[in-house]
Design a protein around this ligand. Structure first.
Ligand code: KG4
Ligand code: ZN
Length: 346
């Protein structure tokens, strides 16, 4: 019998697009051998958000240690890697450049191919890590600090964005509202936590529809409604109940995300639905999708919270499929802060 043995593909992946310096080793696109994340959250907390200049400087300080630890944790040497993967956009340009420069230097010195990865493709691909049976096509809602996209994943590396935010991203809305109600940075996890003690029906905040585009989102009106509510409480000399404001805001975001996603699932006829990005770790959002998908007979996929927020394992997974598709980058690879999903700059 002729059994064709495929060679294992091991990828060292690097991610530095925002405020996490991360490196990972991933085998065959599904098996995470190591996943090292050095978070800068504590550093940025006193400024109430990510300070790009501080982020870049901290990435430079940490990147080599993080890469070395990723190889050590995986019990691998650099020479055992088949590719060096790196996020080259979208993100903060100075932050991206640190990872891209490190990846190019390692690739050049070791003569191992370089594969640039789109950050959002990474977020979507995080779903492959713990859901070994998940394969395209499926629909994916990507909700992070910078993006709110409804994406048709047609095949590995092949995407169509059918809905996007017209203003703030979902995570951005969480962060801004958290600041307004005095919870501080990072807003998402804090609102998630206090919402559990609040009444989601206490205040009715608007659920925005974008008239001409059924799957587009708009969160800036919701953010303004929360600010107006807080102002009106102040003018009346009343104290806003933080947990109720948080829970009611979170419910408004969740309702819109669930409604748009379920409409798209029905229209496009997919039976598989996934969520990705930092906001996908929100406990209320996961519960709402679990219940709705179960009721509608849709298979629902989501990464563990660790793989929802920024990490390099997801970049290693996306890179595997890019690598198998023949994608290789040259040493002229640059950071592209506004890189579009599906756009390949080779
Ligand atoms: O994907 P991510 O780590 O970075 C970007 O690519 O933007 O997402 C970060 C965003 C932040 O806005 C953060 O507040 C939000 O995800 N986030 C959450 C939760 N955890 C992180 N939002 C809601 N609930 C959470 N549990
Ligand atoms: Zn991200």
């Amino acid at each position: 019998m002729d059994i064709k043995m495929e060679k294992d593909i091991s990828i060292l992946a690097i991610e530095s697009s925002c405020d996490e310096t991360a490196a990972a080793v991933v085998r065959n696109g599904r098996e995470v051998l190591s996943n090292v994340i050095d978070s800068q959250i504590a550093l940025h907390t006193e400024y109430g958000g990510v300070v790009p200049e501080i982020a870049s400087r901290k990435h430079i300080e940490k990147i080599n240690q993080v890469i070395e630890k990723a190889l050590a944790d995986a019990d691998r040497t650099l020479s055992q890697m088949d590719a060096i993967a790196v996020t080259y956009g979208p993100g903060l340009v100075g932050a991206l450049l640190v990872g891209v420069s490190a990846a190019k230097a390692i690739s050049f010195a070791s003569n191992i191919p370089l594969v640039g990865v789109h950050h959002i493709e990474g977020h979507i691909s995080a779903n492959y890590i713990e859901n070994k049976e998940l394969k395209p096509p499926f629909l994916c809602l990507v909700v992070s600090g910078g993006h709110s996209h409804l994406v048709v994943v047609k095949d590995y590396g092949e995407y169509e964005i059918i809905g996007r935010t017209r203003d703030d991203a979902a995570g951005e809305a969480f962060d801004k509202v958290a600041r307004a109600i005095g919870l501080g940075y990072p807003g998402g996890p804090k609102i998630d936590k206090v919402s559990r003690e609040g009444n989601p029906d206490a205040i009715h905040f608007p659920r925005a529809k974008v008239g001409d585009a059924a799957y587009d989102f708009s969160f800036s009106g919701l953010k303004s409604a929360v600010l107006n509510y807080l102002n009106s409480c102040q003018m009346k000399g009343e104290e806003a109940v933080v947990a109720d404001v948080a829970a009611s805001f979170q419910k408004a975001v969740i309702d819109v995300l669930v409604e748009h996603s379920m409409d798209a699932i029905a229209k496009y006829g997919y039976k598989k639905f996934a969520i990705a990005g930092g906001v996908a770790s929100n406990s209320g959002l996961r519960k709402a999708f679990e219940e709705t998908c179960a009721r509608e007979g849709i298979d629902f996929y989501h990464p563990s919270p660790l793989y929802c927020t920024d990490n390099a394992a997801m970049i290693g997974v996306a890179a595997y499929y890019e690598y198998r598709n023949g994608v290789r980058h040259g040493f002229d690879l640059n950071a592209v802060p506004n890189l579009k999903l599906g756009e390949r700059i080779v």
